[in-house]
Design a binder for this molecule. Structure first.
Ligand code: NAD
Length: 435
């Protein structure tokens, strides 16, 4: 495929050919909805082939969430796209003043492997809703899903509206050298830097959805049974391979042992010590990540779990007692290992969290409003939950995005529409009166 030519055709489709008017956008969003719902099984099977994700997990986190997002845009896009009248100013009296929302043109969307349907199609919904055309590049690390998305997009869309580029880093870098009008990247902070450098060469605006070490903070007053259940659920969903998974837990020292007991109990309730990758649990995506995670367990004090199986790329949910200087606290874990660090005083705990880059998510477990306020006011983080984990990602009314090294810009629902469009100001006058 000649992507250079394709980008020009996609720009022309937006501007000269007027193929992304609001009525056309609604048509494309409906097409995307049909693509997903008619091929739900095919798509989930592809994810299962890639890394043994159970059908129910794929359905709930990839299919349902994508359809929910399309429906939200279908319901609202007409209103969002209307020019908004704003007050005039004395200096240009009399005049009418409007804010139009304009698309960027042809956008490039690069996705990660861990939710390989959702994280490529959810930005695409925003791009189409805001009137852009798009080239999407799924991750090569989920090759069956990438191939499935490629063939479905090819079947349902004209390439001048949406096209898929398959491949790894080289394909990505070639695409990054082209004059796209906007780049939306989801992936690691390491590759995020490469993307931003390339975008700087073309002065292309970027949105970066990255990762980081997202803490769960469990205060002394927390309901430990429910907190443990919700944290272990967030940590074991997709085997911890979730950007907003709780990466590590900070637990007040007075409740440390009881919290760990509740975590063990929660795991037992979920899996009854019978982990079946592909049925009730997810595999680690590939051998490299499997080895990396197994290495992280070396020289740790394992409190529960620790079993691994190379052939099935299985890592049992594992809780370790940890300290701030441990190897497991250096980078994002992205797997089912939960280091739990005890803390004594809130001041010291906040200082320690702030020594790490600002996380993508943060979870507070406490009913003490003062404690909740202190954490939210004194630690910068992307977004999160109070007394739950990861579910904020599934609400189209909430913006998802990081801060600092965990990303820039946000999306979902109206935030996606805004991310993929720009305000254009127009001041309109008559020839008369002419003060
Ligand atoms: P990754 O950065 O390795 O890869 C992401 C994409 O970048 C892939 O499509 C890949 O082909 C491409 N890529 C890889 N190397 C490249 C290079 N040198 N030049 C240009 N492109 C390149 O990330 P991953 O392993 O797929 O995903 C895991 C990371 O993504 C984690 O850090 C996780 O936290 C983050 N993530 C963030 C979100 C979010 O919403 N913020 C969601 C999912 C994952």
């Amino acid at each position: 495929m000649n992507y250079s030519q394709l980008v020009q055709q996609q720009k022309k489709a937006v501007w000269e050919d007027q193929l992304t008017t609001v009525s056309k956008r609604i048509e494309y969003l409906k097409t995307l909805r049909t693509l997903v719902s008619d091929n739900e099984k095919k798509l989930c099977d592809a994810v299962s082939e890639d890394f043994g994700k159970p059908y129910f997990e794929s359905f709930s986190s990839e299919i349902y969430t994508t359809v929910q997002e399309v429906d939200y845009h279908l319901k609202n896009v007409t209103e969002w796209a209307k020019p908004k009248s704003v007050r005039g100013s004395v200096t240009a009296f009399p005049s009418k003043n409007y804010i139009y929302r304009r698309p960027f043109g042809s956008v490039l969307i690069i996705g990660p492997w861990n939710y390989p349907i959702l994280l490529i199609l959810q930005p695409l919904i925003g791009a189409l809703s805001a009137g852009n055309t798009a080239v999407i590049k799924p991750s090569e690390m989920a090759p069956a899903t990438s191939a499935c998305i490629n063939s479905l997009i090819d079947e349902y869309f004209d390439p001048e509206i949406v096209s898929v580029a398959e491949g790894g880093a080289e394909t990505s870098q070639h695409l990054l050298s082209l004059p796209f009008d906007k780049i939306f990247f989801t992936g690691s902070p390491r590759v995020g830097k490469i993307v931003m450098k390339a975008a700087a060469e073309q002065l292309t605006p970027v949105t970066l959805e990255l990762g980081g070490k997202s803490p769960a903070i469990i205060h002394e007053d927390a309901n430990l049974e429910v907190s443990a259940k919700r944290i272990m659920w967030g940590k074991t969903f997709n085997a911890g391979q979730t950007c907003v998974a709780p990466d590590y837990a900070l637990v007040h020292e007075n409740i440390y042992d009881t919290f760990i007991d509740h975590c063990k109990h929660a795991l037992n309730t979920f899996f009854e010590n019978d982990y079946k990758p592909g049925v009730n649990y997810t595999q680690i995506v590939n051998d490299d990540h499997f080895s990396r995670l197994r290495e992280l367990l070396k020289n740790t004090e394992i409190l529960t779990g620790g079993n691994t199986d190379t052939e099935r790329r299985f890592i049992e949910p594992t809780i370790v007692r940890a300290g701030w200087k441990d190897e497991i606290m250096k980078d994002e874990i992205f797997g089912p290992l939960l280091p739990v660090i005890p803390y004594k005083d809130t001041d010291g705990m906040i200082r320690q969290v702030n020594r790490l880059p600002p996380p993508l998510a943060l979870y507070i477990f406490s009913e003490d409003n003062n404690f909740q306020d202190r954490i939210m006011n004194e630690i910068p983080f992307g977004g999160g939950c109070i007394n739950d984990t990861i579910v904020h990602f599934a609400n189209p009314n909430l913006a998802v995005g990081g801060v600092g090294k965990s990303g820039m810009g946000s999306y979902h629902g109206k935030f996606s529409f805004d991310t993929f469009s720009r305000p254009q100001s127009i001041l309109k006058k008559q020839y008369w009166p002419d003060p």
